[in-house]
Design a protein around this ligand. Structure first.
Ligand code: NI
Length: 641
């Protein structure tokens, strides 16, 4: 039975495309740059009864590759109705283009390779173009007449020794090709300097570049009675938790209607944007500031985990359904992985009589991986038995490097292998948390721990306290983290109180991370303003989904959060959406080469008076089977080495 929040199906996307076609909106040059669900209103979801017909709407972002014109088409697929067709004003400031099509990456390579100036630049450097890789890269926005309002891309060249070599280890420094994708031509070629191409071997993986070690003994995770979760379509229940799994081409994994003991916590949670700004002054890289969701589409690039799942245990997979450039449905098999993990000790106490009580923690992991060019990003949601939710981004893959003189130094790039200089950069994710703490009527406050001067209120100097500052409007709610004050943000219910008479609440607990490092007069500051704060809060509006705006590609800036919050709307006792920015600021190191160990970032969303006491007192004590934990540990093989 279909639920209103279920992700799009293959049949729905095909039916929607057929509606566009019969309406005469699909020509030989029409492509679909994004195909996304238009989610039903909260009122419609709340009023829906199982068995009722569900209205299903799809947004097709259509692009005419011959003219560069684009439009948003909304199709209602149950009745087969084209509800709207809205041209996008991509040629008027502040511009903005639909995300790139896969076929435009191939087109970029063809245009570069056929260009006489690029060929001459390669010849001047004595480089063979045979195995060259022409990376297709979002160019940022710098207001040039032939770029503003046009569908443009840039390409940097990397060499490969053969077709299987990792391209990222052999950058051709100072060769930058600017391309107009609509006109299918090179706008200009920058060809600077004579830096040699680094020869450092960047190969890894299979076939192994090294002999694999044989010292690790197997660890087997077995769940002989099966998993503790149950799944019905997109609906999942696990212990006290219930939620629905969603997936779309832009955001990837979405969690809907997350509840604990049947009480709402999050109406919807996703990571709808991230920006990767580079801190390098070089002509080859100063402009780099990829928006991996808005320009490249995170869900579109989700890994089919059937080809290599990274999880252990009894796994449930959800497919991801997206559309190709032709607007036809494509299934990413096993795009989302769900499984349980043992997580050490949840609580423990050794009593006065020497006996101990201990219970093990377990978490439910819902995750996917997306590969955007050189980088791979894991998006991991964790639900815990104590009512906590954690999100963790895992950044791995290959760092993006340029070439330099071996042994030289740069304030903006670290030499990570001989001649290979990896610029300082940031990966700034933005989570969108449509919170719902015991219902929609919520309020927001900031809590800091504060010192108190020694005096009448603190006669011994030891005392300290905490302050609770109500954040009642959008401008008040633009906040940065403060680890030195143990700062957290509290979301309270306007309708329910706990056992000690306080409003039920959750805390958003940030981890230490930097905000956007670029200057306010830079282009990327305007385009990625969301990343200048760690917290924003807005009253729920269905149109406000993407923190850098709907179309950050080629956008001059100002879209999304800075525009919405300028109205300074009230966020008191209402339906609040939190926008939380986090992520690593990366000064690459030799250990990141040639493939980077996972760099972790994220946040916790933790009950704080939402529950009246520890909700995990009833965990069974008999879940610890390892003999090592028995009070008088029996000797058996494995001891005495
Ligand atoms: Ni990085």
């Amino acid at each position: 039975m279909q639920h209103p929040l279920d992700p799009l199906t293959v049949a729905e996307i095909e039916a929607g495309r057929a509606v566009l076609e019969s309406a005469g909106r699909v020509t030989s040059t029409t492509r679909c740059a994004a195909v996304l669900p238009v989610e039903p209103s909260k009122e419609a979801v709340a009023a829906w009864l199982p068995g009722e017909t569900v209205e299903r709407r799809i947004l097709f972002v259509a692009l005419d590759t011959s003219s560069g014109r684009s439009a948003e088409a909304v199709v209602e697929v149950t009745t087969g109705t084209l509800e709207s067709w809205t041209e996008l004003t991509t040629d008027v400031a502040p511009y903005g283009q639909p995300p790139y099509l896969r076929e435009e990456f191939e087109l970029t390579e063809q245009i570069v390779r056929a260009d006489p100036q690029w060929q001459a630049a390669m010849a001047r450097r004595g480089l063979s173009p045979e195995f060259a890789f022409c990376a297709p890269l979002a160019p940022g926005f710098f207001g040039r007449d032939d770029e503003a309002g046009h569908r443009v891309i840039r390409s940097l060249t990397f060499l490969r020794e053969d077709a299987h070599d990792s391209p990222w280890s052999h950058p051709v420094e100072g060769l930058i090709v600017h391309i107009d994708l609509t006109q299918r031509r090179v706008l200009r070629v920058e060809d600077e300097g004579n830096t040699p191409v680094p020869s450092s071997d960047g190969r890894f993986g299979t076939p192994a570049a090294l002999t694999e070690r044989v010292t690790l003994k197997p660890i087997a995770i077995t769940q002989p009675e099966g998993p503790s979760y149950s799944v019905d379509g997109s609906a999942v229940t696990w212990e006290n938790w219930s939620f629905r799994v969603g997936f779309n081409a832009r955001e990837g994994l979405v969690l809907n209607q997350v509840a604990f003991d049947g009480r709402p916590v999050l109406y919807r949670a996703s990571v709808p944007e991230m920006v990767v700004p580079y801190g390098d002054t070089s002509p080859t890289r100063f402009w780099i500031s990829y928006f991996d969701a808005g320009e490249y589409l995170l869900g579109m690039n989700a890994n089919p985990l059937m080809l290599g799942c990274d999880c252990l245990g009894v796994i449930h997979y959800f497919d991801g359904v997206i559309a190709d450039g032709g607007g036809h449905a494509v299934t990413i098999p096993q795009a989302v992985c769900m499984h349980e993990e043992d997580y050490g000790v949840l609580w423990k106490h050794t009593h006065l009589d020497g006996t101990a009580d201990s219970r093990r923690s377990r978490r439910l992991v819902i995750s996917y991986f997306s590969t955007i060019g050189n980088y791979d990003y894991g998006f991991f949601w964790y639900l815990y038995l104590d009512g906590s939710i954690e999100f963790e981004a895992k950044a791995t893959g290959v760092v993006f490097a340029g070439a330099g003189v071996p042994g030289s130094s740069s304030p903006h790039a670290n030499e990570i292998a001989p001649g290979l200089f990896a610029p300082v950069h940031q990966h700034l994710f933005c989570a969108r948390l449509d919170v719902s703490i015991d219902g929609d009527a919520n309020s927001l406050a900031e809590i800091d721990v504060v010192r108190m001067p020694t005096g009448p209120d603190n006669p011994h100097g030891n005392a300290f306290t905490w302050t609770t500052t109500e954040l009642t409007s959008e401008l008040e709610a633009k906040r940065v983290a403060n680890p030195a004050a143990a700062r957290v943000w509290e979301i309270t219910s306007g309708s329910r109180r706990n056992a000690v008479g306080k409003p039920t609440a959750y805390h958003l607990v940030p981890r230490a991370s930097a905000t956007l490092m670029a200057q306010p007069d830079s282009s990327v500051f305007d385009r990625a303003t969301f990343a200048t704060q760690q917290l924003w809060a807005t009253p729920f509006s269905p149109a406000e989904r993407f923190p850098a705006g709907d179309y950050p590609n080629g956008h001059a800036g100002g879209g999304g959060l800075p525009t919405w919050t300028a109205a300074d709307r009230s966020i008191e006792n209402t339906d609040i959406v939190l926008w939380h920015v986090f992520g690593p600021t990366h000064i690459p190191r030799p250990e990141d080469w040639p493939v980077m160990p996972v760099d972790y970032s994220g946040f916790t969303f933790r009950p704080y008076g939402f529950l009246d006491r520890n909700p995990a007192l009833d965990l069974p004590s008999g879940m610890i089977h390892d003999d090592h934990c028995a009070p008088h540990g029996s000797h058996h093989e494995g001891h005495g080495h």
